[in-house]
Every structure is written in structure tokens, then in C-alpha cells.
Design a protein around this ligand. Structure first.
Ligand code: SAM
Length: 277
């Protein structure tokens, strides 16, 4: 899939040239957790009408095939060797492209409102009087565990779940992890791999060393990997199996009670379960 990179100054955008001056309109579309088939039908329909698509690293590029061939595709995620856009630059790019080309889709991994900065983007775009729409996506926080047979709530096992960021805007571990460690809920942590040791010690402080943990990397993708252990063993499991971001950490009894899906992921090239339970 070819993508076109443009710089962030509106004056450098090619004006007109074959583009109808459609009314500016911005739609935030949740791309789902990774498997392109987990995009919603409504998301695919929005893409089909897009003149410009701005997409993140966690939005599967195969999804861009739903956009018209002539549409402009701009990668604004973080990837080695690519220019890195600040959030301010991304906000400005969305507005510039909407004013120039009309219909813009902002394609974001998972759901735009789950640690996706979707609401900041909407506030910025709407301050220019440009109408915005949101098409929810399937968040990795629920879909990635589900794809491994982990039911975040389960009758008699877990009555609720927390979804927490491992890395706040100050780059710290969220204080909510310590609170969640005191609860009986299933705990789902996104962006937590660099803080795994801290997370482990918070749960150990609550005498939860034997609580089961799963780390799922690249969930729903062909290169999906899972490591299973307990609070006491998970650091070793992660190290032995070189588990890294993007990954979801699931902590709770539901990991032990996961469903062994018989038809599970047979088509996946790599579905390695590394356990130290
Ligand atoms: C900035 S957050 C965006 C979350 C997204 N809005 C959502 O609803 O899934 C990025 C984090 O989501 C998690 N993540 C997203 N996609 C994932 C996947 N396919 N497998 C594992 N973790 C994933 C990782 O923790 C990653 O660091």
C-alpha cells in the first residue's frame, strides 16, 4: 500500500487539482485491534468516502484498501525511520487537509476514545467549525484477551475489569494500578511493558504473587505471541520469550480460567503460548 507523506504546513498542500472542493468533514474511525477483519462495516463505509486518510502505526495498513485509490494516505504514527509528528502537528494536519480536500478520515488503532487522544483531536477540529464524527472501534483492551479465550468478566470468577494505562502523559505508571491491585477485578494494562517490574511489585505488596498474568503481544495479528505466568513469574516469562510492545497485560483469575479454544488461531503462523503457571 503506497502512502503519501506531506509536510505539516498548509501552504505546501497541493490545492484543487482534480479534487472537488467538498465541504470539510472529519471522521475518527476506530481501526480495531490489528486483524483488518475487525474493522466495523461503518468504518469501512467512511473510508470509502475519504479524500484523505491520516493513520497511526497500530492501524493495520491493509485497511487502507477500503479508501479510494486516489485518496491521500498520510502515516502519522511512530515508526523507525519515519518523521515523527507531535500531537499538535497531527491536529493541524487534520484541519489543513479537511479545509483543502473535504472529507478526512482519521484512522486510529482500536477505539479512538480508549487511550487514543481522539477527544483532543475532535476539540481542536471543532474549534475551526469543522463537523466531526466518531465511529467506534473494537478496542484491543477487550479484543486481544478475547482472541486468546480470556473472558474479562466471568460468572463466579470476576465481576468487573479495570482498563488502565501503564504510561500516563507524564510517562509515569498510573496511580490507578495500585488501587486496582487492591481490588478483586480483572486488571488490563495497556502501554505497561516498560513498567512491568513496578506493576509486579505493586501486586506483590498486596500478597498477590500467585495471581495469574497473561501478556499478549501483537494480538489478533499473524505474529501474535502470548506469555502466561503469575505475578511472581511473569518478569521471567516476558524476558525468556522476548515479549515487548505493543502488548496487553491481563492480571486476574480469568487468565487461569481461560477457554482453550479448539479452533483457535489455526491459521496463525505464530501462536506461541509460553507458560510458567
Ligand atoms: C495508545 S494505546 C491505543 C489503544 C487503542 N486506542 C485501543 O483501543 O486498542 C496503544 C496500546 O494499546 C495496546 N495495543 C493496541 N493494539 C494491540 C495489539 N494488537 N496487541 C497488543 N496490544 C495492543 C498496547 O498496550 C499499546 O501500547
Amino acid at each position: 500500500m503506497g502512502s503519501k507523506s506531506i509536510n505539516n504546513s498548509s501552504s505546501s498542500l497541493p490545492f484543487g487539482e482534480g479534487w472537488s472542493r467538498a465541504k470539510p468533514k472529519v471522521t475518527l474511525v476506530g481501526a480495531g485491534p490489528g486483524d483488518p477483519d475487525l474493522l466495523t462495516i461503518k468504518g469501512a463505509k467512511a473510508l470509502a468516502e475519504a479524500n484523505v486518510v491520516l493513520y497511526d502505526a497500530l492501524a493495520n495498513e491493509e485497511i487502507l484498501a477500503y479508501a479510494p485509490k486516489k485518496s491521500i494516505k498520510i502515516f502519522v504514527g511512530k515508526r523507525k525511520g519515519c518523521h515523527e509528528y507531535s500531537q499538535d502537528q497531527i491536529n493541524q494536519l487534520i484541519v489543513d487537509n479537511a479545509l483543502t480536500y473535504g472529507t478526512v478520515v482519521r484512522l486510529k488503532g482500536g477505539d479512538p476514545f480508549i487511550f487514543g487522544r481522539g477527544s483532543e483531536e475532535i476539540e481542536f477540529v471543532e474549534s475551526f467549525g469543522i463537523p466531526t464524527f466518531v465511529i467506534p472501534g473494537i478496542s484491543s483492551s477487550i479484543a486481544v484477551p478475547a482472541n486468546q479465550g480470556i473472558s474479562l468478566t466471568k460468572r463466579g470468577v470476576s465481576e468487573s475489569f479495570w482498563v488502565i494505562t501503564g504510561t500516563t502523559s507524564d510517562r509515569d505508571l498510573s496511580n490507578d494500578v495500585a488501587l486496582a491491585a487492591q481490588s478483586t477485578a480483572t486488571v488490563v494494562i495497556l502501554m505497561g511493558m516498560s513498567k512491568l517490574a513496578q506493576i509486579v511489585s505493586l501486586f506483590q505488596n498486596e500478597s498477590k504473587g500467585k495471581t495469574p498474568v497473561a501478556i499478549i503481544q501483537n494480538g489478533t495479528m499473524p505474529n501474535e505471541k502470548i506469555g502466561i505466568g503469575t505475578i511472581d513469574s511473569i518478569l521471567q516469562v516476558a524476558k525468556d520469550n522476548k515479549l515487548s510492545s505493543p502488548a496487553i497485560i491481563v492480571i486476574g483469575e480469568v487468565v487461569r480460567k481461560r477457554n482453550k479454544l479448539k479452533g483457535f488461531n489455526k491459521e496463525l503462523a505464530c501462536n506461541k503460548v509460553c507458560a510458567r503457571e
